[in-house]
Design a protein around this ligand. Structure first.
Ligand code: NAP
Length: 256
């Protein structure tokens, strides 16, 4: 087997939501595998700090602050990242968040905020990235979905709705863009130890219920999701497209 199957040397990658949690781990592994990476999040100081502590043994790192829910900032993000990287081969739509509520407790504006953050941002960034990805001839998109796309896991309905739609966006684009040589996949993590998940995992009885429901008996680490992102972008995954890969310690196959 060719060792370049497992490398990303010379690839140009854009990662959103990349200063914390899963996104930060994705940047780290893509860069370590040889890709040049442009990272973004809303907090400029965090982006600058991340770029400055860039590793020396991988690809180059660039970054700037953008809010992917804002139309003008999305356009500027694609423009600046393509200019910095000199093209685009990989788009990782990692941004996502949640407001956990029962259906009757959602407040005005929250549905729209979650739709914009978790779904519309990915849809629009895919559209803006398409002309650049098409030029790559071996491009990959990875969307960050969730276990909540397929199963009720107490996240509130809206989060599950947005992630389910992201899964179908993934499948549709994989079909539509396959002839352009663009592969589109998604990952569906269960609980991963990140600032977002800590908000609920700090409740010890909740965390224990999660662990009891997980065959591997623990929550996941951001690096374990990032490794799968990197794999899906590699030449070794060249025949994989339109898939939703669970990163869940076996949770989704566990019956009683
Ligand atoms: N952690 C889990 O257990 C888990 C499980 C399943 C799926 N996921 C999914 O995995 C993805 C990452 O989750 P995470 O737990 O790593 O999240 P996190 O710890 O909350 O980190 C989110 C990152 O996204 C950035 N961000 C948030 N909103 C943004 C916006 N509008 N524009 C640009 N950047 C934005 C944040 O920085 P700023 O605040 O500075 O913008 C931060 O860098 C999400 O899509 C989430 O739904 C997570």
């Amino acid at each position: 087997m060719n060792s370049s199957f497992w490398r990303l040397d010379g690839k140009k990658a854009l990662v959103t939501g990349a200063t914390k949690g899963i996104g930060a781990a994705v940047v780290d592994v893509l860069q370590e595998r040889g890709a040049d990476v442009f990272l973004t999040a809303r907090t400029a100081d965090d982006v600058q700090a991340f770029v400055q502590r860039s590793r020396n043994d991988g690809g180059k790192l660039y970054g700037a602050a953008f809010d992917v829910t804002d139309k003008a900032q999305r356009s500027a993000l694609i423009e600046q990242s393509v200019a910095s990287l000199g093209g685009l081969d990989i788009l990782v739509n990692n941004v996502g968040t949640n407001i956990r509520r029962r259906m009757d407790e959602y407040r005005e504006g929250e549905l729209d905020f979650l739709l914009q953050t978790n779904l519309v941002s990915a849809f629009e960034l895919c559209r803006l990235a398409y002309p650049h990805l098409r030029r790559s001839k071996a491009a990959g998109v990875v969307n960050m979905s969730s276990t909540a796309a397929a199963t009720h896991v107490r996240t509130g309905a809206v989060y599950g709705m947005t992630k389910a739609a992201l899964n179908q966006l993934t499948r549709n684009l994989a079909g539509e863009w396959g002839p352009d040589g663009i592969r589109v996949n998604a990952l569906a993590p269960w609980y991963i130890r990140t600032p977002l998940a800590e908000q609920v995992l700090r409740d010890k009885s909740y965390a224990q219920a999660v662990i009891d429901r997980t065959p591997l008996g623990r929550v996941g680490e951001a690096s374990e999701v990032a490794a799968a992102v990197a794999f899906l972008c590699m030449p070794g995954a060249a025949y994989i497209s339109g898939q939703i890969l669970a990163i869940d310690g076996g949770m989704s196959i566990a019956g009683f």
